[in-house]
Structure formats: C-alpha cells, structure tokens
Design a protein around this ligand. Structure first.
Ligand code: M6R
Length: 367
C-alpha cells in the first residue's frame, strides 16, 4: 500500500497535488466565482456576528492554525487567537457565546484538543471542526465543520494533512471575507484563481526539487542543530519545517520569525549552524535579505527557499531551493513541500524510522 514508495511519509508528500485538489473539489468553483462550504454557509450568522475566532490545536495542526490566523485576519478582518489546546483548557479561558472556536485535528482524536473543545462548548461557544478522519470524535462533537479530504495519513509526521488544513483555512478566510465585504470581488477572483493553481505548483516543486533536496540532505547528516526562519505567513511554515526535522531525524531544530533572530538566536550562529530560510519574493523580501546578510556575516550555512529566478538571497546562500511564485498567503503551502522532503531525506540517511519515530504516536489520545 506504499505504492512503490519506501515509506508512507514519502508517498504522502507526493500525494499532495491530489490531496490539496481533493480538499478544494466541489468547494472552489473558480468559473462561477464561488466558494461553497455548507458547514460555513449553514452557520454564516455565527461567523458574521462573532466577536472573535479562537483556533485550538496541537503540533502541526497548531502551525496550520497560526497561518489560519493570518489568513482570516487579513481577508475577513475578524480577530483570531490561536492557542495550544493543552494551555487553553487549563487556564480558565474567557469564552462567550459570541466566540467561534475552530479545532484543527488530523486524527480528530487528540485528547487535549477534544477536552478544550468540550470546555468551549460548555461555555456557549459555537464549535467548528477541521478534521481529516471522517466521523472521528472531534468531528462528532462539533456543531459543524469541514473535512480535509487528504485521505488516510499513516506516517506519524504530518505532511499532506497539513497542506490540506491550509487549503481549508484559505477557503474559509476567502469565503468569509467575500461575504462580509472585506474582500473585494476583483481580489477574491484573483485569489481563488491562484488557489486553484496550487496543486500544479506543488507538482512542479516535487519534480524540480526532489533530487536537489536529496543532495542537500547528504551534507547535513551529522548536523546537531538547525534553525528555520521565515516572516509573515512563512513564520509558521518555519516552525513546521523545524518540527518535521526534529520528529523524524532527532536533530534539534528551532523555528523562529526571522526578525526575532537578533533578539537571541543570533548568538548561536557560526559555521556549524545550518539555517533554512524561507524567502519568497512576496512578503518582506527586503527584510529577509538583511537577515541573510546578518547570518552570512557570522558564517552560518544558509539553505534558502526562494522563488524561481531569485538573485539577491540566492547569491548569498550556500544552497538554493527554487519554488514557483504564488500569492503570499498561499506560499506556505508550496514552501512546506521541499522542507518536508529535506526532513525526510536527512532522517532516511541517518537510518531513522521515519514512519514511526521513537516516542511518538500518530494520534495522541492521552493528556
Ligand atoms: O491529529 P492531530 O492533528 O490533532 O494531531 C496533533 C499533533 O499530535 C500532530 O500534528 C503531531 O504534532 C504530528 N506528529 C506532527 O507531525
């Protein structure tokens, strides 16, 4: 059932053009200029009148939630908070019936997320689920929801579920923004056309970077630390890249917003520190250029994820991974793919069990 791939994780990375497409299918109707989502539409008043949206999740799903915050605040102008489910549930949070709580969970069985949702429900919030597993516990207790149609994810390290979650969050943000008038028609139309093109861009990235990333991975088999940096929408993508690496390769890795580097992590940079930097053209590019200069001045090894044709960051970097350009808000979907491959190959070359990393379970049903 690995369809010829050595591991489920690699198979699932390569399934992403299809899983993202499946997640949009029947929902994103580009020609009609419509996003159809029954779960949202049937409760549109709840979203329209919401004081705020609280997103709760754990791990990779929490990273998707952070990107959801950027998306929903930018396009729908509804205040969003993102919380670790485990923190939310134990801190007596302020929740009212004017809050919409969205839980994101691949498995739909994560104990902390489930408990946080129950608490939110008891306190009167409208609760919405973004789950991958149909009829899972979280899908059942929520008032409404949207399934990610990524298909079964077997590898413990989440890959295609993450990009499917980002797809759903993009659809929700654009739909709400269009509905409440914060997103004008012309912008809406160009964004949905761009979203529709994402599966093809993922496919292109997979074929253009697969071999290159394997070569890069070979140079970092003995690394003991990694930093991942990004700004804006790609800051959570940096967190996710770092999580992938630590989970399966057991190399310590940290994700940071690139501008935070000067507030601490810069002290760690020397010729032994590999730094993955996500630097697409749209989204604070000039600022990233200065971050790379600061890193190179300290001899850090830079692996840059840039748009095709990039020159400034590329010239300064030790390794360059090119990805196609897209709207800033969708760039984490495309940029995450080579980072998944990088984590995968580093782990494989280190002889690690990538599908079942030590100490981890696919769904964490204990606190
Ligand atoms: O099933 P969930 O999305 O609720 O799981 C949440 C986390 O346990 C999960 O994302 C975990 O961090 C993954 N192993 C990440 O690859």
């Amino acid at each position: 059932e690995k369809s010829g791939y050595e591991h489920f994780m690699l198979k699932e990375i390569f399934e992403q053009p299809k899983s993202v497409h499946d997640t949009m299918r029947g929902r994103l109707l580009v020609e009609e200029g419509v996003i159809k989502m029954a779960g949202i539409w049937d409760h549109i008043e709840k979203f329209k009148n919401a004081n705020r949206i609280i997103i709760i999740a754990c791990g990779t799903s929490w990273h998707a939630g952070l990107i959801g915050e950027y998306l929903i605040e930018e396009y729908a102008r509804i205040p969003v908070e993102v919380e670790y489910a485990s923190e939310f549930r134990y801190r007596n949070p302020i929740i009212t019936d004017k809050d919409v709580v969205i839980a994101i969970s691949q498995s739909g069985e994560t104990a902390d997320t489930m408990a946080a949702l129950k608490l939110a429900k008891e306190r009167g919030a409208f609760i919405y689920g973004i789950c991958n597993v149909v009829d899972s516990s979280i899908a059942r207790i929520t008032d409404a929801g949207s399934y990610t149609h990524a298909g079964p994810e077997i590898g413990v390290a989440s890959t295609k579920a993450f990009t499917a979650q980002l797809t759903i969050l993009s659809l929700i943000a654009l739909k709400l923004g269009k509905h409440n008038g914060n997103l004008g028609n012309a912008d809406f139309m160009s964004l949905i056309a761009e979203l529709d093109a994402i599966p093809k861009k993922i496919e292109d990235v997979l074929s253009s970077t697969h071999e290159l990333v394997q070569d890069i991975a070979k140079d970092f088999i003995n690394a003991t630390n990694f930093l991942y940096l990004g700004r804006g929408y790609n800051y959570p993508a940096a967190l996710e890249g770092a999580l992938k690496l630590k989970e399966i390769s057991y190399i310590h890795a940290e994700g940071y917003p690139a501008a935070e580097m000067k507030h601490g992590p810069i002290a760690l940079i020397d010729e032994n520190m590999p730094i993955v930097i996500i630097a697409p053209k749209k989204g604070h590019y000039d600022k990233i250029v200065s971050n790379v200069q600061e890193i190179k001045a300290r001899k850090g090894k830079v692996i840059a994820v840039v748009n095709s044709g990039d020159t400034q960051v590329s010239q300064m970097s030790d390794y360059v991974i090119e990805i196609p350009e897209t709207s800033e808000c969708f760039s984490p979907i495309v940029a995450s793919v080579p980072l998944q491959l990088l984590a995968y190959y580093i782990a494989v070359y280190r002889g690690a069990n990538v599908d079942q990393p030590r100490n981890l379970a696919k769904s964490v049903t204990v606190e």
